[in-house]
Design a binder for this molecule. Structure first.
Ligand code: F6R
Length: 241
């Protein structure tokens, strides 16, 4: 695992460098996209590079997760967030960005279909990740099977409280369930690039980098990945030895 400690603005550039390097070498690459606040500066940086010629026209992208039950037009539905923050600002082909269907009538079937879509695309080449304060990646909360694939999960109280800021501060408005790629799904990606900034992430980053591999800190599974990059600012790195 490669750990890079740098100012927040530099982290976004480093993550964008990895995406750009991949797309220049393989224009048909498959990207894995995270939502939440951590990757937003990366998306801004990629949009800037798109304006200077970086194309996503032949690429595909798969999102990590989605809330269950948010109405199709809800601004916090992850499909809508990715569209607004990134996909609509670059030149992906129609249908090239996919996410789990949190409005499906048959959610287990939607999860299985999502896994198949990723596999049919040849798997994710580069997966962007954030990390929850409880050590989740995607929405694999503590206790998640290290061998899990895309499935329904219940969000922890802590994650719902952390995400209330996106719902006008109201925890009650944060959905209780989500569909999320599993830890084994994420581990199948070619390169994992995780971003974390701020002191609130320090314990999770400490466990990720220095803790024992444990389902109670799901991100620790990344220690087993042959190509994982962890990009952290000083505050998020403050508990590293
Ligand atoms: C979102 C996701 C989550 C977030 C994590 C950190 O798609 O998969 O794991 O990356 O909750 O969220 P932020 O970046 O908002 O601190």
């Amino acid at each position: 695992m490669e750990v890079v400690i740098a100012p927040a603005g530099e982290l976004a550039r480093l993550a964008a460098d990895a995406v750009e390097g991949l797309l220049r070498a393989e224009p048909e690459a498959v990207l894995g996209l995270a939502t939440g606040s951590s990757p937003l500066a990366v998306y801004d940086e990629l949009v800037a590079r798109h304006k200077e010629g970086l194309s996503f026209a032949r690429a595909k992208a798969f999102m990590l997760d989605e809330y269950v039950g948010l109405p199709a037009d809800h601004p916090e539905r992850y499909r809508n967030v990715i569209e607004k923050e990134f996909a609509s600002r670059v030149d992906f082909s129609p249908g090239a960005v996919q996410g789990p269907d949190g409005l499906a009538e048959d959610l287990p079937a939607a999860c299985a279909a999502y896994e198949k879509s990723i596999a049919d695309a040849g798997g994710v080449d580069l997966q962007l990740l954030g990390i929850g304060t409880d050590g989740h990646i995607a929405f694999n909360e503590p206790g998640s099977s290290l061998a899990s694939r895309t499935r329904i999960k219940t969000l922890t109280k802590q994650t719902r409280e952390d995400n209330a800021r996106f719902f006008g501060g109201s925890v009650d408005d944060v959905p209780r369930h989500c569909l999320t790629q599993g830890l084994a799904t994420i581990m199948s990606a070619g390169h994992l690039v995780l971003l974390a900034s701020g002191r609130a992430k320090a314990e999770a980053v400490h466990q990720l980098v220095e803790g024992p591999i444990s389902a109670m800190w799901p991100a620790t599974i990344m220690q087993l990945h042959p190509h994982a990059t962890v990009l952290v600012d000083d505050a998020a790195a403050s508990r590293l030895q």
